[in-house]
Design a protein. Sequence first.
Length: 164
Amino acid sequence: MTTTFSSRYFNPLLLWVDVALKTQEMLLSSGSVIQMRTERMALAGLAPNAADLAEFQLMSQEKMEAASESSAAIAAQLQNTTASLFHRSVRQWFGGAAAWVGLATSLTPAQAAAHSHQLMNVSRQAAANATHLTSASARVVQRGLKPIHAKATANARRLAQYEA
């Protein structure tokens, strides 16, 4: 029985493509924010006004908030993912060991065929687990990138209004 999922969140490749696109957008936004803020600092010189000082303070605060949110998101996603993957891995390891022992101790061709079938099922599940591991890794990265991406893109939009 094969199951196909139409959602992009079940395809590891699409998850990693999403991570790459969000990273690219974040880097482009960060570049424009750095440029606008650097220009603002240069124009302010040694006598920044109150609005400049507020913006400069906001820079540090936002970086700390984004880093903190990102760390918390990564930790939460790792906690959820680790237990699930560990449970799957142990179950598959025992299933594989039982299938190998069963195959090695088969007395009849029918028993050997049944144990071979079990071994094939365990192997298929192991391949599915590898795909799940890849998806889980991408989800950890997505969760960690989300707060940083949100701050960078929001800052780019906000600061672009002042430039126009």
